[in-house]
Design a protein. Structure first.
Length: 154
């Protein structure tokens, strides 16, 4: 009887630890999904402080807010109806890696190619480090080459 209680206690502890890890993983991926939707897609900059750390860096640049906003403005000035689909997310400690597909009709110049109003689709990989439930470091790679190949076709 005593051994069964010990095994039951160990099993319960494992379940609690796993549930806690899943909740942490889910909360981290949710923060990233939220900033993609609220900031990158809808440009609701009043939501910034709820998701981003005070001293955020973006691709090694210490002024992360300015750099991230510049990317968002570029996407919206080039592709009038930007949408972002999250394809996959992986969590490793404080890091969340997100693979996305960006879509939009080219309504502005893209790398000196005039707009053709065609639907453009390209991928991006976002690596975000979170601390205290907020993003404090971003490393984003957009596959602009794929987009350029699409807009350069007659």
């Amino acid at each position: 009887m005593h051994k069964r209680r010990s095994y039951a206690s160990i099993l319960l502890a494992c379940v609690v630890i796993c549930a806690s890890a899943c909740a942490t993983r889910d909360s981290r991926t949710r923060v990233v999904r939220n900033y993609i939707d609220e900031l990158l897609v809808h440009q609701r900059w009043q939501e910034w402080d709820a998701m981003m750390g005070e001293h955020l860096s973006y691709n090694g640049v210490p002024f992360g807010r300015d750099a991230f906003q510049a990317v968002a403005r570029f996407l919206h000035s080039t592709f009038g109806d930007v949408s972002v689909t999250v394809e996959q997310q992986l969590v490793d400690g404080p890091w969340v890696v997100t693979r996305v597909t960006v879509r939009g009709h080219q309504t502005g110049n893209f790398l000196n190619v005039p707009p053709h109003n065609q639907l453009i689709r390209f991928r991006a990989t976002l690596m975000d480090r979170l601390d205290g439930g907020r993003v404090v470091e971003m490393w984003h790679e957009y596959a602009y080459w794929d987009a350029l190949l699409q807009v350069a076709q007659p």
